[in-house]
Design a protein. Structure first.
Length: 162
């Protein structure tokens, strides 16, 4: 339980850094080149771009700090899985932004931030942590776990022992 709490705390710190990056990039883009007055889908495009930048920041933090004991030796497959899960979180955040901005008509910068960067973030974070933990960084998928499993199967135990 203590390990889970420590891991959750590290995940929170990495997420906070990712949140700052995401929010900063989103607001800079939304206020400049992707302003909704100039580009109708500007907030939506800004959110896609800011989330992609934050995904990279979060992957580095989670790979090398949060789940460092559970990362795999081959980063490519882990990275692809991380991106897949992160894109799922992005869809949740974009869904919240899209509903607020385009369906409900809340188009202010504050409303876009609340829907995309608060509500979407909370829902997406729960989704991502769960899938990172049970799929991307699951202990049974690490190099150490595979090596231990191979050693366990290499020398079968005598019959009748546990």
């Amino acid at each position: 339980m203590r390990r889970l709490i420590a891991q959750l705390a590290r995940f929170g710190v990495v997420g906070a850094v990712g949140f700052v990056v995401d929010t900063l990039v989103f607001n800079v883009l939304r206020a400049t080149v992707l302003a909704p007055e100039d580009v109708h889908a500007g907030p939506f495009i800004a959110k896609v771009i800011s989330t992609i930048v934050a995904i990279f920041v979060n992957w580095m933090g989670n790979r090398y700090w949060t789940f460092r004991d559970q990362r795999r030796a081959v980063a490519a497959r882990e990275g692809v899985e991380f991106v897949v899960v992160s894109l799922g979180g992005m869809v949740i955040s974009l869904g919240c932004l899209g509903i607020s901005h385009y369906v409900l008509g809340y188009t202010s910068a504050l409303a876009d931030n609340i829907s995309g960067n608060v509500i979407g973030l909370v829902l997406g974070t729960a989704f991502r942590f769960w899938l990172y933990r049970v799929w991307v960084y699951h202990p049974s998928r690490t190099t150490a776990a595979v090596t231990t499993s191979d050693e366990d199967t290499a020398a079968p135990s005598p019959a009748g022992t546990r």
